[in-house]
Design a protein. Structure first.
Length: 53
């Protein structure tokens, strides 16, 4: 029995679950990118301060 058949027997909307999983993955990815941009910004500020000394 395939996963699709199993979901059909239980009345589970596999497409909806796949969409939710995809959306969660995208939001996690966006969060990681935002955090990396913050780190890069702090790194650039530290670099500027060190160059000023």
């Amino acid at each position: 029995m395939s996963g699709d058949e199993f979901c059909n027997i239980l009345g589970i909307d596999k497409a909806r679950i796949d969409r939710q999983r995809h959306e969660a993955c995208n939001s996690n990815f966006e969060f990681v990118i935002d955090e990396l941009l913050k780190i890069e910004s702090v790194h650039n500020k530290i670099k500027q301060k060190l160059q000023q000394q």
